[in-house]
Design a protein around this ligand. Sequence first.
Ligand code: NAP
Length: 520
Amino acid sequence: MTELLSNYAAGRWQAGTGNGTPLFDPVLGNELVRVDSTGLDLDETFAFARQQGGAALRALTYRERAALLAAIVNVLQANRDAYYEIATANAGTVKNDSAVDIDGAIFTLGQYAKWGDALGDTRALRDGEAVKLGKEPVFQSQHLQVPREGVALFINAFNFPAWGLWEKAAPALLSGMPVIVKPATATAWLTQRMVRDVVDAGVLPVGALSVIAGSSAGLMDQLQPFDVVSFTGSAETAGAIRAHPAVTHRSVRCGIEADSLNSAVLLPGEAPGSEAFNLLVREVVREMTVKSGQKCTAIRRILVPAEVYDAAAEAIGAKLAGVTVGNPRNDSVRMGSLVSRAQLASVREGLAMLSAHTRVLHDGRDRPLVDADPALAACIGPVLLGARDADTAQLVHDVEVFGPVATLLPYRDSAHAVVLTQRGRGSLVTSLYGRDEAALTRITLAVAGSHGRVHVVTPDVGRAHSGHGNVMPMSQHGGPGRAGGGAELGGLRALDFYHQRSAVQASPTVLAALGLPDLA
Ligand code: NAP
């Protein structure tokens, strides 16, 4: 039997009492570890986190809590090699792709440590300036933000076991809220290991961080009015979270990061071979292949002027042809596997669905895998689809194939391109490629209302831009509509979710005595 990973709940390590659900190596097919949360006392777990963890965190200032984040960074840095090994084994990712998750997590924590330190030794934050409530300024209103006195429950997706925890935990812990994370079962090992290292290092107050690796059963039932739940995953599960009485009846604050049909747009007038054209091609290939396309921000729809459709298909296909797929332990492999055979089946199912409205422009499925048995490995080569009529190819705007798959679509003019981006019904990100700054500005403003992020690539930032799909802690992550309506990161804006805003109405003397710093 493989190792049964423990849960950290109510301040102690506890093994589940069931047989456990096995986690597999998606390339070799062997069982790695098991997870199980059967028999955990969830009443005790949540109460302990709220009472012990929450009280201890709120007793600290922002600067002191920022120092905790910096201490977590040190722990994670010290154990980084182990995380890479787990990622290779359990997620099937090549080193560069594991880095997006692991080093992305460490970088994000480090940023919040810095930003938090700058907030200083205070326990509440100013929200705007004081305004007078009458003719004379003797009685005023000052909004402030204080930490919510509950627990932050994270229910996370399988594709970012490291970053998915820490991009949420950094602002939550900085805000003074204790965290309970329930990672997706398929890749729970890395999350559990990181929590284990941080707990064992003793850098956080007891109860500030708990991990439940196993079933989600009963977690939502625990939530009380001052708690928050942050969910990342499919639109379907998001629906169940939103409909739970904790959210509908107890007003538990709920953040949802769901799936998204992100797009990339080559601006009109950009000929094949132009800098903007080449930048789009490079970015599309990167987005299709990083983490085998298992990124919520990945480019799914590529919008190009109709007259360059064929040239774009050829250029993207030519680059995809050079992508080697297989065992991430082989240095010649550029793209590892999907996370599981179940995910492989889901990608194949998605491709079969899209075949009703598209044709295959590049097929990486017929290339041999490197060092991997196709009967065992969850590997699939990249597939570029195309539809010459972007308006009628409805499925392309509906179906998220969570793998190395994207569809090329032609548009007539920039107004048509804007409408097509919006057919995603709200997306995390769109990226625009072109030289014409006036046109870029117009389109940016036209698409900003339906996208959480607009990534504009002009030739002068060709080397410097941070990447269409890379989520940077400085910028908001989350989009309207189908993308879930969430808003994470964006610097200190992320703290809003974990704070309660309150309007204090009092004399200027009392307001001044609150000693509030600015929330930039
Ligand atoms: P999922 O199947 O919806 O699962 C997400 C999480 O919800 C897992 O931890 C899962 O636990 C848990 N869960 C399942 N049923 C639940 C229920 N009834 N109540 C409470 N929790 C429940 O999604 P996934 O397959 O892991 O992730 C892939 C999807 O996530 C893709 O669609 C992708 O676009 C999206 N995603 C979005 C973002 C973003 O930031 N917008 C980021 C990453 C991924 P188990 O694993 O134990 O079932």
